[in-house]
Write a protein that binds this ligand. Structure first.
Ligand SMILES: [Zn+2]
Length: 203
């Protein structure tokens, strides 16, 4: 396995860099302006140090909220950060082939995908098409949160992040490097109003 080198190659260093970038973003002092010179500088071999799996929500642009430049992080976004084989294969590629030591799952407040799952369970009306896949994957988190709880939506958002983290930690290709401490999978939550990312279970 090669090493993701931009942030030192360890899960701890990668997480520290990612969260430092979020603090720069929140404080209004970003380092990266996303100009074309950054693209050119990163046009050789890529050495990202983290992969972030987040939601498609337009209010949560991942490179921006972590103040990351070209070549620094890999980004995967699906509705409600739901996993499928393509997502899992992509994460396995980034970890196994690019040597990335950190996988972050980032949920966010007022997630529409989680809201759709809550609505589907409340009404008993499962959406058609492939949207059903998103609802089916999020539904267990809603049930765990308690459909009758007035705070089911925010609670289910947190449950769903933790369930996604759990699934990835036990992925056939990730379990060994995770157990050995070479790779970490962490869950986090994005606050739409403040821009802050908080770890759900800080180390
Ligand atoms: Zn969302």
């Amino acid at each position: 396995m090669t090493q993701g080198r931009q942030a030192g190659g360890t899960p701890r260093a990668a997480l520290a860099e990612l969260l430092a970038g979020n603090r720069r973003f929140v404080s209004g002092q970003p380092v990266h302006g996303h100009d074309v010179t950054a693209a050119a500088a990163a046009s050789g071999d890529q050495q990202p140090y983290a992969v972030v799996l987040g939601c498609i929500d337009s209010r949560v642009p991942l490179e921006a909220i972590f103040d990351q430049t070209f070549g620094a992080i890999c980004v995967i976004r699906t509705g409600g950060h739901v996993l499928d084989r393509a997502v899992r294969g992509s994460i396995e590629f980034v970890v196994g082939q690019l040597g990335v030591p950190l996988v972050m799952v980032l949920g966010h407040e007022r997630c529409g995908a989680v809201g759709a799952a809550v609505d589907a369970l409340r009404t008993g009306q499962r959406p058609g098409g492939s949207l059903a896949h998103l609802v089916d994957e999020i539904a267990p988190a809603v049930v765990e949160a308690g459909l009758d709880d007035p705070a089911v939506h925010p609670l289910a958002i947190r449950r769903h992040v933790r369930r996604t983290v759990h699934t990835l930690r036990h992925d056939a290709a990730l379990a060994e490097p995770v157990a050995a401490g070479r790779v970490a999978v962490v869950g986090s939550l994005y606050d739409l109003a403040t821009g802050e990312v908080a770890l759900l279970d800080p180390p």
